[in-house]
Design a protein around this ligand. Structure first.
Ligand SMILES: Nc1ncnc2c1ncn2[C@@H]1O[C@H](COP(=O)(O)OP(=O)(O)O)[C@@H](O)[C@H]1O
Ligand SMILES: [Mg+2]
Length: 353
């Protein structure tokens, strides 16, 4: 059985439903991310799990017990927020020791456990410092150590890296993943940053307006988004609304305005029902007819806009089937107005609902 289970949970602020029939289950030792745009209900979900908010309907089961009405202080959960929320008048040591003192743990034991935490978050030697003498990354490490030291049954992260600069964010997320795996901790991790979620999670739940649209392994979501919303959110900029579809032996044949496309079947994945095709800018091929050949999955277009992304150029290409965004690494870019051919590889064209 799952360690954590939210069953048909609804949460409302002032009569307005924020989570509707929300379901989520998490296995022991897993890190699951909630990924979605601002306002979709990620923090609300965490507050519900933490016990700061009450469910209007539904149940919250944890470790086989009903936690739906369990008071906050009876839930042995650790919390890490964006704002660190360290006590400014306490040293690093005393900040980390806080939860243990609250639980009346003996001083010898506190020394031992805080010492071990300092090692885990690589802050040994800084225990006498005060928060104002720490960098953002160090403060966040203290916040993580403080959450971990109580040996929580569940660790909740709410955008913990948003206040850090880009390089540090990458280092810290590796640290978080390392610590979570080393200690075998179960965690729920909230972020609006897809790369962050994908890189550290066992599974990712993509949320839209209080609902999980897809919950899956990061690679499965990355390659096979289920819905248009999920696809857009993770960087599929190109969509084609097909008029007809029919199944072939090894995929789906799609037609629109006299154009024929094929979306290859993905072994191990169910065939999606929709008639909307999606593809990433990196996956569309662009070139001359000599380079790309002719046949299905092709359309001719004109370069409208060209921008430089550093590694590649990005083109907006106007065609009879709409405007497509295409990335290509090349030394000399196409000039605006030139005619180009586009090819949508069948194994990269994904059908979404
Ligand atoms: N205390 C509150 N009172 C009323 N509405 C709120 C409150 N907190 C959040 N909301 C609303 O609930 C929705 C979800 O918010 P939140 O869970 O914070 O989203 P996220 O963390 O995904 O950005 C938003 O529309 C937000 O405006
Ligand atoms: Mg939030």
């Amino acid at each position: 059985m799952s360690l954590l289970q939210l069953e048909n949970v609804s949460v409302a602020y002032d009569q307005q439903l924020i989570l509707k029939d929300f379901n989520l289950s998490i296995e022991k030792g897993q890190l699951v991310s909630l990924l979605g745009p601002s306002g979709c209900g990620k923090t609300t979900t965490l507050r519900l799990i933490a016990g700061f908010l009450e469910a209007k309907d539904g149940r919250f089961l944890f470790g086989g017990q009903d936690y739906t009405r369990m008071p906050v202080n009876k839930r042995n959960f650790g919390l890490v927020f964006q704002s660190y929320a360290l006590f400014p008048h306490l040293s690093v040591f005393d900040n980390i020791a806080f939860g243990l003192r609250l639980r009346k743990v003996g001083e010898d034991e506190i020394k031992r456990r805080v010492g071990r935490m300092l090692e885990i978050v690589s802050l040994t030697g800084l225990e006498r410092r005060f928060p104002k003498a720490l960098s953002g990354g160090q403060k966040q490490r203290v916040a993580i150590a403080r959450a971990l030291v109580i040996e929580p049954d569940l660790l909740l992260f709410d955008e913990p890296l948003s206040n850090l600069d880009a390089n540090l964010r990458v280092n810290m997320r590796v640290e978080i993943r390392r610590i979570q795996q080393e200690l075998g901790i179960t965690a729920v991790y909230v972020s609006h940053d897809q790369e962050e979620c994908f890189s550290i999670s066992d599974r990712v739940a993509v949320m839209n307006r209080g609902v999980i649209e897809q919950l899956d392994h990061p690679a499965a979501i990355f390659k096979r988004p289920k819905t248009e919303f999920v696809a857009r959110f993770i960087g599929f900029h190109n969509f084609i609304d097909f008029e007809e579809r029919s199944e072939t032996g090894n995929g789906t044949e799609l037609k629109v305005r006299g154009y024929r496309f094929v979306a290859a079947a993905q072994p191990g994945h169910e065939v999606r029902a929709g008639k909307k095709g999606a593809i990433r800018p990196d996956d569309v091929e662009i070139g001359t007819v000599a380079e790309l050949g002719s046949g299905a999955n092709r359309v001719v277009g004109k370069i409208k806009v060209s921008t430089y992304l550093g590694r590649s150029y990005q083109y907006e290409v106007e065609t009879e089937l709409g405007t497509f965004t295409v990335n290509k690494e090349m030394d000399t870019p196409y000039v605006s107005g030139s005619e180009v051919h586009l090819m949508f590889p069948p194994e990269r064209l994904v059908l979404v609902d």
